[in-house]
Write a protein that binds this ligand. Structure first.
Ligand code: FAD
Ligand code: MLT
Ligand code: ZN
Length: 481
């Protein structure tokens, strides 16, 4: 049983229908189901409606209407986010603005090295458009078949090629953004150099929909790297993983693209799901490494030299180098399938932390025992982007607890992990963003000055607080009720 919308909201729905067309304003619960819950089923809400504009002008009309009505808006791309940022609260009064219809690739410029796309473009389609002119769009995520460029920009997504190309922020040259009151900021420039004042686009990158709606972007594209050398390695320990980064860099230089870590329990998950680990050597830690270069480049020799030196030094216990594209895909799957494999084991308390690379081993050494002391039997599934100092430090229930019982410990377990991160001057969100799930924790770890600056930015651009309330910054006490 849901409450009927108030007359004000009924008027708003009429206005939204005239802005985008009747068929693109969804209110039937059966239609809302595809939008009101995140992909893991971990966060859900009850929207007033889902609105699906087809152009920047329509996004502007939608935001002008919601702003006039004082109604909050939650932008949504592929809904693959990890922090509950793309779903509304359960008040029944927030509008989900889905960018799913705005998926045009407007221009690809191989000479200038740019691609201009609408924000609802799926990441894999942008990669394919770049490949179509023999170029590379380097952002690489396990979710690339579903996540959108607008979501990637708004979360400042990372992934498995950050080591070489940087995060999403590094790929963005220009943005078009609709502001909370419906005005359009046209910053869709392809300039490599532009020192004409504050770099406004940086505010919207990583803003998680709290400052406006990204409608289009100019992104950089890179030379294609069809030559790949890929290896799966068994490591001595986490300290060896960090040390190996130096060895890989010495031999691979800027061709080193990927250096990922997978703990034994995480590797066991994907093996149990049917994948094959080519190594018979048993270890507590494994890694995936890749060097990439242009056609004809010899990336195999530096990889073999680096691994030879690492075996000699006792950092690597065993290694398997892919001998074919099929073998390469098999090795990549051992890393990329961990995330989904974990979902079948019930609810996970997820953490996405970063610490200085040299502190990774210390983080692992101190956090595991602290978790065990707090809730004995909690299972750790650790994997991540070791080359970026970024671990996904995920917890699953002990055998003796039900999922519901385990989740009552979630906040306290996260406090344990976050305390370790703080002691090592790390971050509690390396690449997934804060969404609504981590906004309060992040504010607690930041200085008063930093939180005040963030609030000043929010208040300047969204003074009515209508864009994705509760994401990034916790709700002001008066709105918490
Ligand atoms: P959504 O989930 O729809 O939204 C995310 C946030 O951005 C929300 O706050 C939303 O309000 C806002 N938003 C979305 N579109 C817009 C817009 N146009 N304008 C303004 N705000 C907007 N992430 C990583 O960083 N690295 C990984 O390696 C990685 N791997 C993943 C693997 C799997 C299997 C899955 C399921 C997810 C993974 N993710 C990873 C998380 C996720 O895919 C990224 O955060 C991605 O950038 C989200 O894109 P989306 O389009 O799905 O955004
Ligand atoms: C990954 O690196 O696999 C992703 O960020 C997803 C996850 O954290 O599970
Ligand atoms: Zn990740």
């Amino acid at each position: 049983m849901t409450d009927a919308p108030t007359p004000l909201l009924v008027d708003l729905l009429t206005e939204l229908r005239s802005a985008v067309g009747d068929t693109h304003v969804l209110t039937d619960p059966a239609d809302l189901a595809a939008y009101d819950t995140d992909w893991r089923g971990a966060y859900s809400g009850r929207p007033l409606a889902v609105v699906r504009p087809g152009s920047t002008a329509e996004v502007a009309a939608v935001l002008a209407a919601t702003h006039a009505a004082g109604v909050a808006v939650v932008p949504q791309g592929g809904n693959t986010g990890m922090s509950g940022g793309a779903v509304p609260d359960d008040s029944g009064s927030q509008v989900i603005l889905s960018l799913g219809r705005m998926r045009a690739v407007r221009e690809v410029d191989a000479v200038g090295g740019t691609i201009t796309v609408e924000s609802g473009c799926v990441l894999a389609d942008v990669q394919a458009a770049a490949a179509g002119v023999d170029r590379l769009f380097p952002l690489t995520l396990g979710s690339q078949g579903s996540c959108t460029i607008g979501g990637n920009i708004s979360t400042n997504a990372g992934g498995t090629a950050v080591l070489r190309y940087g995060m999403m922020r590094s790929q963005v040259l220009g943005l078009e953004v609709v502001l909370p009151d419906g005005r359009v900021w046209d910053g869709l420039r392809s300039l490599r150099k532009d020192n004409t004042g504050y770099d406004l686009k940086q505010l919207f990158i990583g803003a998680e929909g709290t400052l406006g709606v990204v409608t289009a972007a100019v992104l950089t594209i890179q030379p294609a790297t069809p030559s790949r050398a890929t290896a799966w390695v068994a490591l001595r320990d986490v300290a060896a993983a960090a040390e190996l980064l130096g060895v890989l860099r010495d031999h691979g230089g800027d061709r080193l693209t990927t250096w990922e870590l997978v703990s034994r329990p995480a590797r066991d998950l994907v093996v149990a799901a049917g994948l094959t680990d080519p190594l018979s050597t048993s270890s507590e830690w494994y890694g995936l490494v890749e060097l990439a270069g242009p056609a004809g480049a010899d990336v195999a020799t530096p990889l073999e030299a680096a691994l030879g030196e690492a075996v000699e030094a006792g950092l690597v216990l065993d290694a398997a180098i892919a001998g074919s594209p099929a073998q390469r895909s098999g090795l990549w799957a051992l890393r990329e399938r961990v995330s989904e494999a974990q979902e079948v084991h019930g609810p996970t308390v997820k953490h996405d932390v970063s610490v200085p690379i040299t502190a990774l081993a210390d983080f692992v050494a101190r956090t595991g025992p602290a978790i065990e002391a707090h809730l004995p039997g909690t299972r750790l599934f650790v994997y991540g982007h070791v080359g970026d100092g970024n671990l996904h430090y995920n917890l699953s229930r002990p055998e003796h607890l039900t999922s519901e019982e385990f989740l009552t410990h979630a906040a306290a377990l996260s406090d344990v992990v976050n305390a370790s991160v703080a002691e090592l001057t790390g971050s509690i969100s390396a690449e997934h963003g804060l969404g609504k799930s981590k906004a309060a924790a992040a504010a607690a770890y930041k200085s008063d000055v930093e939180v005040a600056l963030m609030r000043a930015v929010k208040d300047a651009i969204d003074p009515a607080g209508l864009m994705n309330p509760g994401a990034v910054l916790p709700l002001p006490p008066v709105l918490l009720g």
